[in-house]
Design a protein. Structure first.
Length: 338
């Protein structure tokens, strides 16, 4: 495959290159793409130097697959241009997620929806992916009614500038601010922009995306998203009310048997998921699994994952792998063949 990584110099882009390499994705030619600021920079993939190019040159090269992690505006403007050139775009931004003509995919759940006609495919929000992976097997068994989620999100979820802000503050250095307030030794109940309804955009992604991924609008999700000064991954406190009652041992079994999930749950040994464990791993970790004793059929759990991996790069590469394995991609436009 001729593959373009758009946003290769960013936080997600860097991990994308690592994940493509680790999983030995079949790449015949790699195009590393970023803004005009970075054109000419050198990046290394599989011990080989690659020069960063601009978007127009990348479109002209007609890659088979372009994985975008370069913000919503870049995706809105450029993903259609790649698609027109015959490229299949997998997009990490929020630009296309709720577009009814685009698929929103967590491969373990709904990759089977994908067809060769899907030229722009959306990767869900990082906080959504880890939550929905744990909710899916439980929903199938007990039928969710309502989910209440509070997130504790890593600064790496905001990008390079936010990690720099936290590091500068910790070192007592004055620098550029990615957030309106200090993040070190703080907690900001503010992820992404505020909307007219008083929620943030991140909270509404958590509320809306699960219904689309699970193709079911019979349950509801309400969210509070909080940024905390961690760098290894996002954590979530998730309270789920089901229509049907459950058995806790069966819940643990269902989760442990779900591909991509690792149950870490033993209060006797202080075993529970934490960002320091999840950092650098592809799995979603679930623990603190317990009954909500205040109302029937309700479960509490704690879900942690590396937002740059399963929350972004790994999920996107898994989509690409599914497309390749199922012969759903190849840029065989006449220009590409010639
Ligand atoms: N961080 C996460 O955990 C996470 C998870 C899921 C999804 N995402 C999404 O992934 C995207 C990237 O996030 P990030 O955290 O990696 O941000 P980041 O560290 O700020 O990196 C942004 C990347 O986009 C490139 N870029 C910016 N403007 C561009 C333009 N006009 N044309 C071409 N390239 C441009 C940047 O290139 P330069 O270096 O040249 O500026 C850089 O490579 C965002 O859409 C974000 O919502 C992030």
């Amino acid at each position: 495959m001729k593959v373009a990584v758009v946003g290769a110099t960013g936080m997600v882009g860097e991990v994308m290159l690592k994940v493509l390499e680790e999983r030995n994705f079949p790449i015949s030619e790699l195009l590393l793409v970023a803004s005009e600021r970075s054109v000419g920079k050198k990046l290394v993939y599989k011990n080989e130097e690659h020069t960063v190019i601009g978007l127009a040159d990348a479109v002209a090269a007609q890659p088979d697959i372009a994985i975008f992690s370069a913000g919503g505006d870049t995706s809105l403007e450029w993903a259609p241009k790649f698609a027109e050139a015959g490229t299949t775009v997998i997009d990490n931004s929020s630009a296309w997620r709720m577009d009814p003509t685009k698929k929103l995919v967590v491969p373990e759940i709904n990759a089977s929806e994908l067809t060769a006609e899907d030229k722009i495919i959306a990767n869900p929000n990082c906080s959504t992916i880890q939550m929905v992976l744990a909710l899916d097997p439980l929903h199938k068994k007990y039928q969710m009614k309502r989910v209440v989620v509070s997130t504790y999100q890593s600064v790496s979820g905001t990008g390079v500038k936010a990690v720099e802000q936290m590091e500068n503050e910790a070192a007592g250095i004055e620098g550029e601010m990615a957030y309106p307030y200090p993040i070190n030794r703080n907690a900001l109940p503010h992820c992404d922009v505020f909307l007219e309804n008083g929620y943030t955009k991140e909270e509404m992604k958590l509320a809306r995306e699960p219904q689309k991924i699970l193709d079911d609008r019979t349950f509801s999700v309400t969210a509070t998203a909080v940024r905390i000064p961690t760098a290894g991954g996002h954590s979530e406190s998730v309270n789920v009310e089901f229509h049907n009652d459950f058995d806790l041992a069966e819940v643990r079994k269902l989760l442990s048997e779900t591909p991509g999930i690792v149950v870490q749950d033993n209060p006797d040994t202080n075993t529970y998921p934490m960002p320091v464990f999840a950092n650098g791993k592809d799995d979603v970790f679930v623990g603190r699994i317990r009954r909500d004793e205040t109302q029937p059929n309700t479960l509490n759990m704690w879900i942690v994952a590396d937002n740059l991996r399963k929350g972004a790069a790994t999920n996107a590469v898994q989509i690409a792998e599914y497309l390749v394995e199922n012969n759903l991609v190849s840029n065989n436009t006449p220009e590409a063949i010639s």
